[in-house]
Write a protein of this length. Structure first.
Length: 146
């Protein structure tokens, strides 16, 4: 992998972590929202990532080149809703309570979301550090011929 391709890989990883932070923030913002209909109640969302592949050719002999896949970054495969059950709380005097007196709250686990937020933030920081390291390596490489 050429040195400059590392910028593309780190950039795609930073974009993925940014999306992860945004979905986590959305989950936290809607953690206490309720709806009069259980089907309309907010459900936690989580991004699904996949490796973005680029073709690379490796050959043992000049005549026979075998094509393999090499990682070239991260892409978002989609955003899925959690299938965990909603949190039902018995609050018979709540205006959004059903006939039995239960209110459906979103299936957002605040502790898990905070851990996701810290993990995404640290991953973003590590990619920034990697970009900084590669930049300084490229600068040193340019000054070697002087």
């Amino acid at each position: 992998m050429p040195l400059m391709d590392i910028f593309d890989v780190a950039g795609s990883a930073m974009a993925a972590q940014n999306l992860r932070l945004n979905t986590t923030a959305s989950n936290l913002a809607n953690a206490e929202s309720v709806s009069s209909n259980r089907d309309e109640t907010y459900r936690a969302r989580h991004p699904v990532f996949a490796a973005r592949l680029a073709e690379a050719t490796f050959s043992a002999e000049p005549q026979a080149a075998a094509t393999e896949q090499a990682a070239a970054g991260v892409m978002v495969a989609g955003i899925v809703e959690s299938d965990a059950p909603l949190q039902l709380k018995y609050e018979p005097h709540h205006p959004m309570a059903d006939e039995a007196g239960y209110v459906a709250y979103p299936n957002v686990n605040v502790v898990e979301e905070m851990a996701n937020m810290m993990s995404a933030s640290r991953s973003f920081q590590m990619n920034v550090q990697m970009l900084s390291t590669v930049k300084s390596m490229a600068e040193r490489l340019l000054t070697m011929g002087q």
